[in-house]
Design a protein around this ligand. Structure first.
Ligand code: AMP
Ligand code: TRP
Length: 337
């Protein structure tokens, strides 16, 4: 039996951005070789931002399409929509009764997000979001969770909950998951403000590289990336955040190490680096975009992949939930005894 990997993304934009791709999706694809992989579009999580219903539906399919285009292989891996497997919401409830208020209140992403929308705009779902995420992970007896740096604290909560369940309900209740965070690409920064992470909800669209964006716009964004005034191509996360980010992206896509790139570009200008990088990114993203568009344009085919994925996911999830329901002391319906 191979170890299990689980990860997920929210359908909160029409296109994923390069940070999602390098920080997470590339690892998802790699891990399929060594792990039993399950990947989900977490549409229930996306409800916390009150999306327009039609937009949410479109983005849920588009997000799944981008998983497949990036190389997630439905022959080998389970790909599904979270809302198709009722056990996610059910386990989240159970886990919420194991989570302390203070513990949930310490989540920095909740603090950031709620500060942005203000108290009136903050729903309880935003607060319990990390508990639903823990449910996603624990339902599948997950060993490894490939994510970007911003999910580290949420993963820590999932681990704490898993350990608590094993202590209170008995060993073997759930598997304690490990985070899989690849440091070099765990945080891709905004091109315009390289102190902030690249995000689907960036202030300036020029700071983001979207997977489904027109390649000319991608090239433009890279060429107008913020750098510094000392005109030396070197890697220094603090002093040269912009250039360092470009080198990180370049290295991830091109395969040359950052050190090698620095050596290769010695004495050259930022413009030179940007022009070359734009070409690398565009030629990398073009087939990905074409394949994603094909999936988006065949929703019936896509829906059938998701349907099959959900059926497989349900089998695993229902066994875990039944085990935990039994252990917490719920009476099993006669049909399940
Ligand atoms: P989200 O878009 O928040 O659902 O994120 C999906 C995945 O992409 C998560 O594993 C994030 O940690 C990862 N991710 C998002 N933004 C970045 C970024 N700028 N750099 C690296 N990873 C990221
Ligand atoms: N919270 C994650 C994010 O915003 C998405 C997510 C939900 C997730 N459930 C998960 C990631 C389970 C990994 C495992 O990126």
């Amino acid at each position: 039996m191979k170890p299990r990997v689980f990860s997920a993304m929210q359908p909160t934009a029409d296109s994923l951005q390069l940070g999602n791709y390098l920080g997470a999706l590339v690892q998802w694809v790699r891990l399929q070789d060594t792990h039993d992989a399950i990947y989900s579009v977490v549409d229930l999580h996306a409800l916390t931002v009150a999306p327009d219903p039609e937009v949410l539906r479109r983005r849920s399919r588009a997000t799944a399409a981008q998983f497949l285009a990036a190389g997630v292989d439905p022959q080998r891996s389970i790909v599904f929509l979270q809302s198709h497997v009722a056990e996610h919401a059910q386990l989240a409830w159970l886990l919420s009764t194991f989570t302390g208020m203070g513990e949930a209140g310490r989540m920095t992403q909740f603090k950031d997000k709620s500060a942005k929308v203000g108290e009136a705009g903050t729903n309880v779902g935003l607060f319990t979001y990390p508990i639903l995420m823990a449910a996603d992970i624990l339902l599948y007896d997950t060993d490894l969770v490939p994510v970007g740096e911003d999910q580290r604290q949420h993963l820590e909560l999932s681990r704490d909950l898993a350990e608590r369940l094993n202590t209170r309900l008995g060993e073997g209740s759930v598997v304690v998951p490990d985070a899989h965070i690849v440091e070099s690409v765990a945080k891709i920064y905004d091109l315009q403000d390289p102190t902030k992470k690249m995000s689907k909800s960036a202030v300036s669209p020029k700071g983001t590289i979207e997977i489904l964006q027109d390649p000319r716009q991608v090239a433009k964004n890279i060429k107008s990336a913020a750098t510094d005034s000392d005109a030396v191509i070197a890697f220094d996360r603090e002093a040269k955040a912009g250039v360092s980010n470009l080198l990180t992206i370049y290295s991830a896509l091109d395969g040359r190490s950052v050190e090698q790139l620095v050596a290769d570009y010695e004495g050259k200008m930022y413009g030179h680096l940007k022009v070359d990088l734009a070409e690398v990114v565009v030629s990398y993203l073009t087939p990905l975009r074409d394949s994603a568009m094909e999936w988006i344009e065949s929703p019936a085919r896509l829906d059938s992949v998701l349907e099959e994925g959900a059926a497989k996911a349900r089998t695993i999830a229902s066994a875990t939930l039944a085990r935990l329901y039994e252990r917490v002391g719920l009476v099993a319906p006669t049909s399940r005894r």
